[in-house]
Design a protein around this ligand. Structure first.
Ligand SMILES: NC(=O)C1=CN([C@@H]2O[C@H](COP(=O)(O)OP(=O)(O)OC[C@H]3O[C@@H](n4cnc5c(N)ncnc54)[C@H](O)[C@@H]3O)[C@@H](O)[C@H]2O)C=CC1
Ligand SMILES: NCC(=O)COP(=O)(O)O
Length: 336
């Protein structure tokens, strides 16, 4: 059996289902070494509330994480002011961001092999006066890279996005040749690196209805998308499109493709979630670290009930572990 990888798992919004999903995980034997980055008091309180018998063990870099059922390694983080389930409190926002910074820095300096994130509440963080669009953008900035790509995936479907958390009004202007070029190259490269696809076949959606209907329903396809795809094809990237988004998600196209590139969040993700909500993973491509996440949000309506399903968290950990192993292997290969 190969050496276990270590993943830092941030517990996310304290009022949401993140803390109890981390505890549910602790009741199972694990393949990957999991270290939950969270307030110990929060985890202890949620375990008490749900009657879960989980022993928390403070963890320090260099130590082996707990792998046995009923035991959980915790990277303790101070500053969680409110432990209540189901009721958000902006006073917790700095604590939430601290957990993300700790996990990301631990990845960057090699203390852990990757990070997995439970959901945060973007609105509550903004209510605390902190501009925050999502983990994706936050980690892009923290890692100092110009572009990253959000991709959600099930075993059957991968959907990546050209734009992420933008008001719809701003989307068309954000789809520039530069952004489309960067996103497509990252998607192509990471499908090769992490998914073992020798020549990824990518379907690209148009922006407008019927992919612009020859310019009669919008000109972004003609002026931006088609010329950029043509340039990228000359680099050797296998691209089909721009295709009308309403017919792209059908077996005719999907059966011969490895990923879909959608122009914006709600063009691609509703289809993915309809197909596999609860077992999909959200991956940030293009980072110098491994980051995966669940496909769902904070589910405040379920927090503290013990009814939240951990299926997506299992997928996020499985995929995070796989990606971390790919990274480790590539590093070792480059050394030898
Ligand atoms: N990766 C992240 O940090 C993400 C965070 N969010 C944030 O979550 C907040 C709430 O978003 P919503 O749109 O309400 O979506 P949501 O995913 O929290 O909830 C939608 C519905 O799905 C159910 N649900 C969600 N996760 C579930 C699980 N594990 N098991 C069983 N049922 C589950 C909820 O009870 C609810 O009925 C927003 O503030 C959003 O920003 C949303 C998506 C991802
Ligand atoms: N709908 C997916 C989502 O909003 C996740 O965002 P992020 O926090 O992973 O950037």
């Amino acid at each position: 059996m190969s050496e276990p990888v270590i993943l830092a798992l941030t517990a996310g919004e304290p009022a949401g289902i993140g803390p109890e999903l981390c505890l549910q995980l602790a009741l199972e034997p694990r393949q990957a070494g999991i270290v939950v980055v969270a307030s110990e008091a929060l985890l202890a309180e949620r375990a008490r509330m749900l009657g879960l018998e989980v022993e928390l063990h403070p963890w320090q870099p260099g130590a082996p994480p707990q792998m046995e059922s009923g035991h959980l390694s915790v990277w303790p983080v101070e500053g969680c002011e409110n432990l209540a389930a189901g009721k958000t409190n902006p006073a917790n926002s700095r604590y939430v961001l601290k957990t993300l910074k700790i996990a990301a820095h631990a990845c960057l300096n090699g203390d852990v092999d990757g990070m997995v994130t439970a959901p945060v509440h973007k609105g509550v963080i903004n209510e605390a006066g902190i501009a925050f669009s999502g983990h994706t953008e936050f980690l892009q900035e923290l890692c100092g890279v110009e572009r990253v790509v959000m991709m959600l995936a099930t075993d059957e479907l991968r959907v990546a996005l050209v734009t992420t958390h933008l008001p719809l009004r701003d989307v068309a202007d954000a789809i520039t040749p530069e952004r489309l070029t960067q996103v497509t190259r990252i998607l192509d490269a990471d499908l090769r690196t992490f998914f073992g696809i020798a020549e990824p076949r990518i379907l690209v959606a148009g922006l407008n209805p019927h992919a612009g209907e020859g310019g009669h329903l919008g000109r972004e396809e003609i002026e931006v998308i088609e010329p950029t795809l043509e340039k990228l094809r000359r680099e050797g990237i296998n691209l089909t499109g721009p295709l009308p988004a309403d017919t792209l998600f059908t077996p005719h196209w999907l059966d011969n493709a490895d990923a879909v590139l959608a122009m914006y969040h709600d063009q691609g993700l509703p289809v993915l979630k309809f197909q596999g909500f609860g077992r999909a993973v959200n991956i940030t491509l293009g980072l110098p670290i491994v980051r995966t996440s669940v496909d769902h949000g904070t589910a405040l309506d379920l927090a503290g009930t013990g009814k939240a399903d951990a299926g997506s968290l299992h997928t996020a950990i499985r995929v995070g572990e796989h990606m971390a192993r790919c990274r480790k292997a590539a590093k070792q290969e480059s050394k030898s």
